[in-house]
Design a protein around this ligand. Structure first.
Ligand SMILES: O=P(O)(O)OC[C@H]1O[C@](O)(CO)[C@@H](O)[C@@H]1O
Length: 480
């Protein structure tokens, strides 16, 4: 990427002078989580467009973006390594139509940029439709390892982040990961610790961060879960967990504290100091927010090392396809009959909780709007679940988690207990060129994943929360 700095900075200037005030990234998993963490952690420089990352098929998520943009002044990054991911493709179709209606079909390409691998259908589409630019990556870099390539660096340049500084930090970490003595190698050391601890039964890697780094968990979840959660093995990333009192942290935890110098660390320092009495604890120091890129590199390296120690291939994701296949079947059924299939009897939330045993984790799979109310309700629910059941919880929004922890759920150890939460779609949205809506697609994805989990004999329950998801979660919590 060093050699591309000039190109990226002149592209960022071109976008600013063209009058774009927003950049919307359409992508999933490794094609969007790095940029989302950079956005949340570093924000955009003044005078640069704001970045929104859209990685959902839920109509409520799409509407929340659609409502705040002026399509004529928005640049869309269609970001997909394979160029064939259903979420990115349908979101592209939707926003292509929106922009075309405003600026005309002929001119719409000026509002679109492709970030993809060489030779994909997305590269051809970009050429055929006259996209402003296509940034082509090497297929040798896997999706979740791509944040330091065009996938992360194009959006970072567009929001005015100093790429030279970001890459400098990554390069410094790259050097620190060339040290031959593993104990002194920044990445190998972390990888060896997390894998060894997992083999000793501490497979719940509990990430605690300074407040400004809270977003990092989103990226690291995919890194660990998709890279290591296979062949019945894995490390369970526990991120964004509400703080609990000491006695509620089970013995299967490794604590990793990502600490940003000069942040408001009083609460996290105190929590980690307490937990360090009972659990092995790793503390990683960041001098400022740009060190995020050093951490990206460190964790990529560490994950590859951990894969070697655990005896799994860190660069594939063999079980993701299973849920995609089931979703295709469900959509096929919808197209043939006009209705989605009924899901076979899953347990109720109460029954599910009664099945939890020590060493498990509870994963909340939320196909819900990501409003502050829902987020708060989920946080409180997670706290209560751990207090009641004594095990860690994870929480992911669907379909985002399908491209992150979804691999671990299906391919990892059988210690997961899965609670799927779904809701109504009060205002559904059509997908141009398809016979189903976004609401139907999201429902097919939740059904497909539930079926995939059930087919593997995983413990599951689904609860439909209607049109008031936040109060639905509160109701569930009150039943515990
Ligand atoms: O960049 P793509 O090809 O759209 O894929 C998105 C994500 O889907 C997966 O291939 C599978 O979930 C991830 O590994 C990847 O990051």
């Amino acid at each position: 990427m060093r050699g591309e700095l000039e190109l990226l900075s002149s592209f960022a200037s071109e976008v600013r002078s063209a009058g774009f005030n927003r950049v919307v990234l359409l992508g999933m998993g490794g094609s969007c989580l790095g940029p989302e963490v950079l956005r949340r952690t570093c924000g955009n420089a003044s005078g640069y467009p704001e970045l929104s990352v859209l990685d959902s098929t839920l109509p409520a998520w799409i509407e929340a973006v659609d409502e705040v943009i002026d399509p004529a002044k928005t640049l869309f990054l269609v970001s997909s390594k394979s160029g064939s991911t259903i979420e990115s493709n349908t979101l592209y179709s939707y926003f292509w139509e929106r922009v075309s209606k405003v600026v005309g079909e002929e001119a719409a390409g000026g509002n679109f940029v492709a970030i993809t691998d060489t030779g994909t259908g997305l590269e051809s589409l970009a050429g055929n439709k006259g996209f402003r630019r296509a940034f082509l990556n090497s297929p040798e870099v896997g999706g979740r390892y791509s944040v330091l390539s065009y996938f992360g660096m194009v959006p970072a340049a567009l929001i005015g982040l100093d790429l030279s500084v970001l890459l400098g930090r990554a390069e410094a970490m790259q050097n620190a990961c060339t040290v031959v003595n593993a104990a002194e190698n920044a990445g190998a050391r972390l990888g060896a610790v997390m894998a060894t601890m997992a083999l000793e039964g501490r497979d719940k890697l509990t990430l605690i961060t300074s407040p400004a780094l809270a977003g990092f968990g989103l990226w690291v979840e995919q890194m660990l879960a998709e890279s290591l959660g296979k062949s019945g093995k894995g490390i369970i990333p526990v991120a964004g967990e509400p703080a609990l009192s000491r006695e509620h942290y089970s013995e299967d935890r490794l604590i990793v504290y990502l600490r940003l110098n000069d942040d408001d660390n009083a609460r996290t320092d105190a929590l980690v100091a307490e937990l360090a009495f009972d659990h092995p604890t790793v503390q990683l120091e960041l001098t400022d927010r740009f060190d995020l890129c050093a951490e990206f590199y460190r964790w990529e390296f560490a994950t590859a090392v951990a894969g070697h120690i655990l005896g799994v291939h860190p660069f594939d994701q063999p079980n993701v396809q299973g849920a995609k296949d089931k979703t295709d079947l469900v959509l096929g059924q919808f197209e043939a009959t006009g209705a989605l299939p009924q899901v076979g009897a899953a347990d109720s939330a109460g029954q599910l909780v009664s099945l939890v045993t020590p060493g498990d984790y509870i994963a909340i799979l939320a196909y819900l709007p990501n409003t502050p109310e829902v987020t708060l309700a989920l946080e409180s629910f997670r706290k209560k679940l751990t207090e009641k059941c004594g095990v860690p919880t994870t929480a992911g929004f669907g379909p985002r988690y399908l491209h992150s922890t979804g691999q671990l759920h299906k391919g990892g150890p059988g210690s997961g207990v899965y609670l799927q939460l779904t809701g109504d779609h009060p205002a559904d949205l059509a997908i141009p060129g398809r016979s189903y809506t976004f609401g139907t697609l999201a429902d097919a994805q939740s059904t497909g994943d539930l079926q995939a989990l059930q087919a593997l004999g995983r413990r599951t329950a689904r609860v439909h929360l209607g049109d008031q998801p936040a109060s639905g979660i509160q109701r569930l919590e009150s039943l515990l």
